[in-house]
Design a protein around this ligand. Structure first.
Ligand SMILES: *[C@@H]1O[C@H](CO)[C@@H](O)[C@H](O)[C@H]1NC(C)=O
Ligand SMILES: *[C@@H]1O[C@H](CO)[C@@H](O)[C@H](O)[C@H]1NC(C)=O
Ligand SMILES: *[C@@H]1O[C@H](CO)[C@@H](O)[C@H](O)[C@H]1NC(C)=O
Ligand SMILES: *[C@@H]1O[C@H](CO)[C@@H](O)[C@H](O)[C@H]1NC(C)=O
Ligand SMILES: *[C@@H]1O[C@H](CO)[C@@H](O)[C@H](O)[C@H]1NC(C)=O
Length: 806
């Protein structure tokens, strides 16, 4: 039904705009008339084809969005740019379309031939450039859809014979190192093919292709090998991979691009804004993409400069301008040289994926060391300590250190083999701010000046008319879809949940789940939270946003999708959202034991020391992930015990993050933050003194929460403050009190923690842990933000101690 309506609409528009068709017949385009010699798509002028400047005096023949001229969707000669003088694209009488460099060399052609007198080159408004033979059945001689570069447009199939190849970098459009393709097993994969190594990194290697039923399973049995992005936002592949964008269900302008960083993203154009937002992402964690950091280096995601690579200790860059070339050891190998003794250096939370020499289960650490020493090529090993759930220890010996990454969320550690007398083990860190992936140090930013064609008023009117009709159509389709497929929605929702982590709810569904928003369980963060039960009996927490920012649905979706992408065991999981009319609701997992604030203040005394310590560690990990792991840098800005929630095992999860952009806070100076955010008692001095806001504001608030966990004293209760009092004054009491105790303690040489500890704990606590926690807490609440540690350092310190003590 949908397609027939679309067809009718198409015919209608074609009829109305008949005399306006920009179709081109046999001709030649010149690079010297960059702005005039273009082909505009018809019936709608969505796309433009022409010469595009890719460097100094270097041009490619490309197709781009008319209203987004730097977004190329197809390039004829990406690896062979032509000269800015006398280069042409010509349609020859023989039926061949050729691109000639400086009137001399043919650098590209469609290699087509025909005997027909009439051949047309036409750019459809789907973005497909088509060479048509003019016969009664309009045979397609050649089409750009059959030769994708790095982008698929809606309904453009990716077939077994073709693939997508990323660009070299953000500004260099020539072929890069990543490829999306169907392999010989009929499975759609992402591969990194670097100058020295190549490896497949998607789907996960450990999800074997015959492993069905887990939502990631791929079928190897369908050899049609075809994948496409449909108009509604689903990616469907013949190996049974399905993926839906977060704004799935509406016909919007979309594209799927294999970006130069190795990730596949689906982009949606925000209506009327000519701005692209990411509406889907194949690999959410950038450091899991292979080839970013070469051998002997590891990837971290730094909040301020993005992904960075660092050499492992004792190694230096092969080429500091190109991290993908990796690092070389500053010492001799153990093989074929005079024997030297080895030492093992711990690299916490670091993993080198793949290239195992062997896996030894249930080995002790010492046995693992011995295995490594037996092998001259052994560069170190990954060692996972035995888990509480009964899983034994695991020891992976490595001969090569590839695909390294380091993240606060990773439990294991790597043990690097270094010569015993090797002292140059300072971590060589490339901090020059270069973003990984680029090869040339100097990349020109290529902005091609572009003037929009003045449209004819009639055309404009007709387009708006068509858009309106389209809108009505979408509504109708939606209504019919609801009627027809109502029964299926549970199922569909499940698929979405598996692929993207969450689904869309209807307002009535949520109203029903909360029995008309009757059971309120919390307030704050711009909304009220209600308890609800979904139709599958899952208990959820539903947050109804009050002060919703003045933004359209697609923008809301874009923001929500960022939050929805954050998956970490110490962050509250978002299960879905609802955006209907003025209603904006977020659906979260329900936390049985309520907030930390509730538990600290309750008389039941449920929080013993080990729970408190684990809450401190878990919260630090959650925040570290938030600050350093996720795609967009998310500051929480409102850390307090009310926002730390406890599940049935008292494991902490941080809630209410990422809401800043969804809410309507009166923004001052157009900055993305209003001046005062957060909650009194937990706010860093930067807010008060109007200093730049960084992730260190969360560190400060976290420090206050630690002091509260230790002392049981809230920084906000007990004392009333007047408006005129310095806004930072009120935190001071708790902090000053603890600092004072510490100072006095060290003067008399007595233990100071005894004095500050929550009386409810009695003497049931671990002195060591207590001292570490209190010390870290005081560092976190330093006035000067640079003196505070960052969240992953905090997580590391608390966690490492955790290790030693068990
Ligand atoms: C783009 O990258 C290719 C391959 O590394 C290189 O040969 C070419 O010079 C680069 N082009 C520009 C404009 O930097
Ligand atoms: C239709 O196209 C085919 C090639 O696909 C061609 O051989 C045939 O002659 C065309 N038919 C007519 C009637 O032109
Ligand atoms: C592929 O997906 C369809 C529908 O989602 C399902 O019925 C079928 O069992 C899947 N095939 C395999 C081999 O997993
Ligand atoms: C193979 O995949 C194509 C495209 O997804 C689908 O139309 C076809 O039904 C599949 N064939 C089998 C045997 O599952
Ligand atoms: C390792 O130890 C665990 C528990 O001690 C046991 O269940 C498991 O079977 C052992 N694995 C191997 C490979 O020996």
């Amino acid at each position: 039904m949908a397609s027939s309506t679309t067809l009718c609409l198409g015919v209608l528009i074609s009829l109305i705009l008949f005399h306006k068709l920009h179709a081109s017949s046999s001709f030649s385009l010149s690079v010297e008339k960059l702005n005039e010699d273009v082909i505009v798509s018809s019936p709608k002028p969505t796309f433009t084809a022409g010469f595009y400047a890719v460097g100094h005096n270097a041009f490619c023949f490309a197709i781009w969005y008319t209203n987004s001229p730097n977004t190329l969707v197809w390039i004829a000669n990406r690896d062979h740019p032509v000269n800015g003088k006398r280069s042409t694209l010509s349609l020859l009488k023989s039926g061949n379309l050729v691109l000639t460099d400086a009137a001399q060399f043919q650098v590209w052609s469609t290699a087509t031939a025909t005997t027909s007198k009439q051949v047309h080159l036409r750019l459809h408004d789907s973005g497909n450039l088509v060479l048509l033979e003019d016969s009664s059945n309009n045979t397609v001689l050649w089409q750009s859809f059959d030769f994708p570069t790095d982008t698929l447009l809606p309904n453009q199939p990716l077939r077994g014979s073709t693939n997508l190849v990323s660009s070299r970098s953000g500004s260099n459009h020539s072929s890069g190192f990543y490829k999306l393709f169907f392999d010989f097993e009929n499975v759609l994969r992402l591969i990194y093919q670097g100058p020295r190594v190549s490896s497949v990194f998607w789907p996960y290697a450990w999800l074997q292709s015959n492993n069905f039923g887990n939502g990631n399973g791929r079928s190897t049995f369908n050899d049609s090998r075809v994948a496409l992005l449909d108009d509604l936002g689903a990616v469907l592949s013949s190996d049974n991979f399905t993926f839906r964008t977060i704004d799935y269900g509406t016909v919007l302008q979309r594209r799927l691009t294999l970006d130069h960083d190795g990730n596949v993203r689906v982009y949606t154009m925000i209506d009327g804004e000519e701005k692209w937002v990411v509406s889907g992402l194949f690999r959410p964690q950038p450091c899991f993409i292979h080839g970013i950091c070469g051998p002997n280096s590891y990837c971290t995601n730094d909040p301020t400069i993005g992904r960075t690579c660092s050499c492992v200790p004792g190694h230096s860059w092969n080429n500091a301008q190109d991290w993908s070339q990796g690092c070389e050891p500053n010492f001799q190998s153990w093989c074929g040289n005079t024997p030297q003794e080895s030492n093992f250096l711990t690299l916490p939370q670091t993993d080198f994926y793949g290239y195992d020499y062997g896996l030894y289960s249930n080995h002790t650490y010492q046995q693992c060391v011995d295995e490594c020493l037996r092998l001259c090529e052994c560069k170190g090993f990954q060692f996972n300590f035995p888990k509480q759930d009964g899983q034994g220890s695991q020891c992976y010996l490595k001969r090569q250190l590839l695909n390294g990454h380091r993240s606060a969320g990773f439990d294991g550690a790597f043990f690097l083999r270094l010569p015993r007398d090797f002292d140059d083990i300072g971590i060589v860190h490339n901090g020059n701010g270069m973003v990984c992936g680029g090869s040339s140090a100097v990349e020109e930013v290529l902005a091609r000046p572009y003037t929009k064609e003045k449209g004819n008023e009639l055309v404009k009117f007709m387009l708006w008319f068509a858009v309106a009709l389209g809108g009505i159509e979408v509504v109708c389709i939606f209504v019919v879809w609801c009627f027809l497929f109502r029964k299926n929605t549970d199922n569909e929702g499940y698929v979405v949940a598996v692929e993207t982590g969450f689904r869309k709810f209807s307002y009535s569904e949520l109203k029903q789940a909360t029995k008309g928003f009757s059971e309120e369980i919390g307030r704050g963060g711009g909304g009220t939270v209600y308890k609800g039960v979904l139709t599958d009996n899952q208990v959820v927490a539903i947050k109804r946003l009050h002060e919703v920012a003045n933004q359209g649905e697609s923008e809301f979706l874009a923001e929500v999708s960022i939050i929805g992408r954050l998956n970490h065991m110490n962050l509250i999981g978002m299960l879905g959202y609802c955006a209907e009319g003025k209603h904006r609701l977020l659906v979260y997992e329900y936390m049985k034991n309520g907030s930390l604030a509730h538990n600290l203040s309750s008389a039941s005394n449920a929080l013993d020391w080990s729970k408190r310590y684990n809450i401190a560690v878990g919260t630090a990990r959650g925040l570290a992930y938030l600050h350093e792991e996720c795609l967009e840098w998310v500051l929480h800005c409102d850390i307090k015990p009310q926002n730390i929630l406890l599940d049935s095992d008292y494991k902490p999860k941080v809630g209410d993050f990422g809401l800043s952009k969804l809410l309507n806070r009166n923004n001052v100076n157009n900055s993305s933050f209003s001046r005062i955010r957060g909650t009194r008692g937990y706010m860093a001095p930067e807010w008060v003194f109007n200093l730049p806001i960084t992730s260190k504001v969360d560190v400060y608030s976290y420090g206050i929460v630690l002091l509260e966990i230790i002392t049981g004293r809230s920084p906000t209760t007990g004392v009333q403050f007047t408006e005129s009092e310095s806004e930072s004054g009120h935190n001071e009491r708790l902090v000053t009190w603890v600092r004072e105790k510490k100072r006095k303690g060290s003067e008399v040489g007595a233990s100071w923690v005894d004095e500050i500890v929550d009386p409810a704990l009695g003497s049931n606590y671990d002195m060591n842990e207590m001292e570490i926690l209190a010390t870290v807490a005081l560092e976190c609440v330093e006035e000067e933000k640079n003196a505070r540690p960052n969240m992953s350092q905090v997580a590391e310190r608390l966690q490492n101690h955790d290790h030693d003590s068990r």
